[in-house]
Design a protein around this ligand. Sequence first.
Ligand code: ADP
Ligand code: F6P
Length: 324
Amino acid sequence: MAKQVKTIGVLTSGGDAPGMNAAIRAVVRTAIQKGLNVKGIMRGYAGLLQEEIIDMNSRSVSDIIHRGGTILYTARSMEFVTPEGQKKGAEICSKHGINGLIVIGGDGSFRGAGKLAALGINTIGVPGTIDLDIACTDYSIGFDTAVNTAMEAIDKVRDTSTSHERCSIIEVMGRNAGYIALWCGIANGAEDILLPERYDGDEQQLINRIIDNRKRGKKHNIIINAEGIGHSTSMARRIEAATGVETRATILGYMQRGGMPTCKDRVYASIMGAKAAELLYEGKSNRIVAYKNGEYVDFDIQEALQMKKDIPEDQFEISKMLSR
Ligand code: ADP
Ligand code: F6P
């Protein structure tokens, strides 16, 4: 029989993402309207192990839907990766009467959530990462804001790149995944997109394309490089030496993770947060809320973590065709 949950906790974990606050708000207000008590756990699993736990009510989440970052703060915890840390985490939850937990984060955070579920704390994951690298879901909170922020920044670099007739290598975040790079590459009309999933390190081909682009009258040459490939500054030096085209590197960095969430991020975060609280209310555990093929669904955590996803090849091919 499904375990009745009375008090739930909510935490954000791993890298922050714009829209996490909207998800927290949705969790808190949905749970309260279902008659549950809600506690906020500060600083992810690290804060759980330090018992940084606060009571939350509907007013605790007023005026946050439009704010980037996370009001609960976020952190990474090595201690929680150990079985002892997880046992301590589950005991602290029980000590505070928390028998349901919502974890807003990425794959690493969901691994931790699965461990707590196995220790008897009903746990639900909500996908929150700008990287879009969670296989079970077509959408993760923060991606839309991050790509819009990066797109606007790249437009600005493009202006100066054109004026100076330069080549620009612009590095975007995404850890080992190329989704931010692919989207910005298409949205910004980049000449080249270097994806960790595809790039074979053949710099000579890149150089040949820059020379060819010049011959065909292109004024600038925008290369979007994914963080998972990195080395943008040294790459720029080598490209300039080989092509004779002035080349500059720009690493966009953490600006991509901040700022006011877009409408899309607020809406997806609100619905996913509410669905997570509903799942706990229904006595469910060990699930991840996801958006798949146009629908909000949920998956078993371990099954979700086994899933694989890849860059859509057709989109990558179209980006190459359009950059000619
Ligand atoms: P993300 O959730 O964005 O993928 P991380 O990979 O940094 O971010 O994971 C966030 C936190 O989740 C880690 O600091 C750690 O406390 C916890 N975590 C990660 N992997 C595991 C694991 N295998 N078992 C238990 N907890 C984990
Ligand atoms: O997962 C989000 C992300 O911003 C990645 O794109 C990046 O690789 C990583 O987090 C950076 O993490 P940190 O904040 O620890 O530097």
